[in-house]
Design a protein around this ligand. Structure first.
Ligand code: BT5
Length: 268
């Protein structure tokens, strides 16, 4: 269903995201957002910070070539074009953190359910995945990124979570209400981060505070398939997760691959 007129008007008037597009069906909202960002030539002063929403994706994308699945009309599927100010390329991961924090705030505000953040790109309810974020670099100078999030509202694949079964009330999981809250929170997070020289450090600190992975026993699956377990100690300045591995607790910073929370010893 097309985006509610009231929601459109509020986003256009009150946030940096003036270009709001809705599609009934598309391969991937990230693909559309990337094309939008790439199409806006540098002469125009950089791309418009756009929002692309779809009711259904025929080829929704996850990280590392994986797919994102959601039955039509059951999820918030949205990608944003971001052209952040004062953000250096090596800290680009903070945009994933900004979208994650905004999504947590939106869920809490609209439904009363406060998901956990799992490094690097998931929202969890308990140990089940509620949402995933895919950030893709479009250009480095100026820095332009497309960040897409899929957030399960009324249905989820087996083993995953949807807001509807996480305690949210029926009327509170209207897609456009969640969309509005998410984009407004994201706009505020970005504005705060861009406001002064410490702004992106504040965002990083906020993400670290909220990231449920820190202090947990985790299973780390490297890109080459190697699997190890250890303890997630902290997130470093470059956004990598630092894990200590037994025996001896030698620390290693992980920047790619997958991290899973383990139950054993997982009390926070
Ligand atoms: C992600 O990748 O979690 C990033 C997902 C980003 C999806 C959004 S939707 C809007 C925008 N347009 C796109 O094309 N993509 C973005 P990753 O960490 O690689 O996790 C992918 C894995 O999550 C899959 O291999 C499945 O195991 C699982 N998965 C797929 N669909 C899911 C769902 N609806 N809910 C929970 N888990 C899911």
């Amino acid at each position: 269903m097309d985006i509610d007129e009231r929601v459109r008007a509020r986003l256009a008037a009150g946030t940096r995201f003036r270009d709001l597009r809705w599609l009934a069906e598309v391969d991937s909202t990230n693909r559309v957002a990337r094309d939008l960002a790439a199409g806006a030539g540098p002469a125009g002063g950089g791309p418009a910070e756009a929002v692309v929403v779809a009711d259904h994706q025929s080829a929704g994308r996850g990280r590392l070539g994986r797919s994102w699945e959601a039955p039509p009309g059951t999820a918030l599927l949205v990608s944003v074009v971001l052209a952040p100010r004062r953000l250096r390329l090596e800290r680009v991961h903070l945009l994933t953190a900004a979208v994650g924090l905004a999504a947590v705030d939106a869920c809490a505000e609209v439904t009363g359910v406060t998901p956990d953040l799992k490094w690097p790109n998931d929202l969890l309810v308990g140990d089940r995945k509620l949402a995933g974020i895919l950030a893709e670099l479009v250009t480095t100078d100026p820095l332009v990124v497309v960040a897409g999030i899929g957030l399960n509202l009324t249905a989820a694949p087996p083993g995953a979570a949807a807001l509807a079964d996480a305690g949210a009330k029926g009327q509170a999981i209207d897609r456009d209400t969640v969309l509005l809250a998410l984009v407004e929170h994201l706009d505020r997070r970005l504005a705060d981060a861009e406001a002064d020289v410490d702004g992106w450090d504040r965002l990083a600190a906020r993400y670290r505070q909220r990231c449920a992975t820190i202090g947990r026993e985790v299973r780390v699956e490297a890109l080459d398939g190697a699997v190890r377990t250890g303890r997630a100690e902290r997130i470093d300045r470059a956004g990598r997760i630092v894990v200590s591995f037994p025996p001896g607790g030698r620390e290693e910073a992980i920047d790619a691959g997958d991290v899973f929370h383990l139950r054993v010893g997982s009390a926070r």
